[in-house]
Design a protein around this ligand. Structure first.
Ligand code: FAD
Length: 422
C-alpha cells in the first residue's frame, strides 16, 4: 500500500455543484486548489452521469470551467480521517493519500432519509434517488410498475426520470398534506427558475396519480416486493408494483465536519456570512449547511471559494443570491416536515439497523443512542449509522453524540498506513 502526500492552498471535499463552484472560484483567485470526491467523476448527486434535463447546460458549463480552472481533481478518493489539524487521510485504489491544506472547504452534500416500515428490507424496495442512480447507470426499468413514496421534491424528479426511461409509475405518495404543498407552491411562484422547473415536471408527470397526505405503511411480497400498502387519513389500499422507490427528503452529510470539530446547529453545520465554520480556516457549503437545492449550493460554493482564497469582496457579490435561495430552503423545510404518524410505522419485528439486524422492539428497550449502540450494536455496522441514525433520531429523538474516525469503512492497511505516518 502506497502512502502519498499532496499539499494545497485550498482543498475542497466533495465535487457536487457546491464543491465545483467553490473550487472554480478559489482557482480563479489564483491559489493552488485540489478537489476530492469518492465518485469517479465530478458532478455530485444531480450532475452525475449524462442527463438531458434542464440543468444540463449549467452542469456542462460548470464541469468545463472546473476542467480548465487548473484545479487538481482527485477522484475517486474518499476522505476518512484527520490524523492531525490541517491534514486529512483519504483512500483510493492507489492506497492512502495525505492531503494537507491551508484552507479547507467541506461540500459533502446530503443523502436520502429512510424510515423503517414492515417490508422495507425486501428486495426491490429502494431509495428514490438510489433507484434513479441505478437507472442512470443502465438498469432497464421499461414496463416495470413503480410506486414512489416518501417526501420531498426529489420524488417528482425521480418519477420524471423513471417515466422517461419507460417505467409505469403507479402512484406518487407524498406524506406532506396538500395545505403545506399549496403554501410551498405559493412560495415557488415568486421564484422564476423554480416555478418553470415545477411546470416542466408537471408536464412530464401528466396522468400520474400524485397523492398528498399519503404514506406507505408496509411493503409485501414473496422474496421481493409485489405490493405496497398506502394510506391517507381516510383510507388504506394496496398498490401492486415491481419496485418501491422510497425516501423521506434528505439529511446532510455532516460526519466529516463533526470529526473536524465544526459546530452543528439543528443538525446542520453552522457557518458565518463567508461560509466559515466555527473552526477557523474550515469552510462549508451546500447541503451540509441546510437542504436548499442546486442554486443555493452553487451560491454558497462561490462564497466559500472566494473567501477561502482571501477574496472576501468578490465573495460578497453572491450574498444576495444566497439570501434569495435561503427563502426556498426554509420553504422546503416547512413543507416537507415529517408527520407524526410515520413514527408508528415499524412493528416490534421491523429491522431498523440493516447492517446489524437490530429490530425496533429491541431499540424500544433503550434510553439513548449510546445505550442502543452498546446494547444492540445499532449504527455500528458498515454504514456507520448513516441509514439508521436519521431514522432513530426521528423515531426516538436520539442524536449521535460524536463522529469517530474512520468516517467510512476502510481497509486495515489504510488505517495502519495513517497511523505510521503520524
Ligand atoms: C440521492 C440524491 C439524488 C438527487 N437527485 C436530484 C435530482 O434528480 N434533481 C435535483 O434537482 N436534485 C437532486 N438531488 C438534490 C441535489 O443533490 C442538491 O440539490 C444539490 O445539487 C446538492 O449539491 P451539493 O454540492 O451540496 O452536494 P452533492 O451533489 O451531494 O455533492 C457532494 C459530493 O461529495 C462527495 N463526498 C461526500 N463525502 C465525501 C468524502 N468524505 N470524501 C470524498 N467525497 C465525499 C459525495 O459523494 C458527492 O459526490 C438529489 C440528492 C440526493 C441525495
Amino acid at each position: 500500500m502506497t502512502n502519498s502526500r499532496r499539499r494545497f492552498d485550498v482543498l475542497v471535499v466533495g465535487a457536487g455543484p457546491a464543491g465545483i463552484a467553490a473550487a472554480c472560484c478559489a482557482a480563479e483567485a489564483g491559489v493552488h486548489v485540489g478537489i476530492v470526491d469518492n465518485n469517479s467523476r465530478p458532478g455530485g448527486q444531480i450532475w452525475r452521469g449524462k442527463t438531458r434535463d434542464s440543468h444540463l447546460t449549467e452542469a456542462a458549463r460548470w464541469l468545463r470551467k472546473l476542467a480548465s480552472s487548473g484545479t487538481e481533481i482527485l477522484a475517486p478518493m474518499e476522505v476518512f480521517a484527520q490524523p492531525e489539524a490541517g491534514r486529512l487521510a483519504a483512500t483510493s485504489s492507489d492506497g492512502v493519500c495525505e492531503l494537507s491544506y491551508k484552507k479547507l472547504i467541506l461540500c459533502t452534500g446530503a443523502r436520502e432519509r429512510f424510515l423503517p416500515f414492515p417490508g422495507w428490507t425486501l428486495p426491490n424496495v429502494m431509495g428514490a434517488g438510489g433507484l434513479q442512480a441505478v437507472v442512470k447507470s443502465g438498469m432497464d426499468i421499461a414496463g416495470k410498475k413503480v410506486v414512489i413514496a416518501g417526501s420531498g421534491p426529489l420524488l417528482l424528479a425521480v418519477a420524471a426520470h423513471l417515466r422517461a426511461h419507460g417505467a409505469d409509475i403507479r402512484a406518487i405518495a407524498e406524506q406532506a398534506p396538500w395545505s403545506r404543498l399549496i403554501r410551498f407552491g405559493i412560495a415557488l411562484a415568486f421564484r422564476g427558475s423554480k416555478i418553470s422547473q415545477a411546470f416542466q415536471l408537471k408536464k412530464q408527470l401528466s396522468r400520474i396519480a400524485f397523492r398528498a397526505g399519503c404514506w406507505v405503511t408496509a411493503a409485501g411480497g414473496n422474496g421481493k416486493v409485489e405490493s405496497v400498502a398506502l394510506r391517507t387519513e381516510h383510507k388504506t389500499w394496496k398498490e401492486p408494483c415491481d419496485y418501491l422507490a422510497c425516501g423521506f427528503h434528505l439529511v446532510p452529510n455532516t460526519e466529516l465536519a463533526s470529526l473536524l470539530g465544526c459546530e452543528l446547529r439543528a443538525g446542520f453545520v453552522r457557518t458565518d456570512n463567508f461560509q466559515e465554520s466555527s473552526v477557523s480556516g474550515i469552510y462549508c457549503a451546500g447541503e451540509p449547511t441546510g437542504i436548499g437545492g442546486l442554486e443555493l449550493s452553487i451560491a454558497e460554493g462561490q462564497i466559500a471559494g472566494f473567501a477561502a482564497a482571501g477574496q472576501r469582496e468578490r465573495a460578497q457579490e453572491y450574498f444576495g443570491e444566497r439570501k434569495r435561495q435561503r427563502h426556498f430552503s426554509m420553504a422546503l423545510e416547512r413543507a416537507f416536515r415529517l408527520r407524526d404518524e410515520l413514527r408508528a410505522l415499524p412493528s416490534a419485528e421491523t429491522i431498523v439497523c440493516r447492517c446489524e439486524d437490530v429490530e425496533f422492539g429491541r431499540l424500544q428497550e433503550q434510553s439513548s443512542w449510546r445505550a442502543a449502540k452498546l446494547q444492540t450494536r445499532c449504527g455500528m455496522g458498515p454504514c456507520q449509522g448513516r441509514i439508521c441514525g436519521p431514522a432513530v433520531e426521528f423515531l426516538f429523538g436520539w442524536k449521535a453524540e460524536s463522529a469517530r474516525p474512520p468516517i467510512f469503512p476502510v481497509a486495515v492497511e489504510s488505517l495502519a498506513a495513517t497511523a505510521c505516518a503520524e
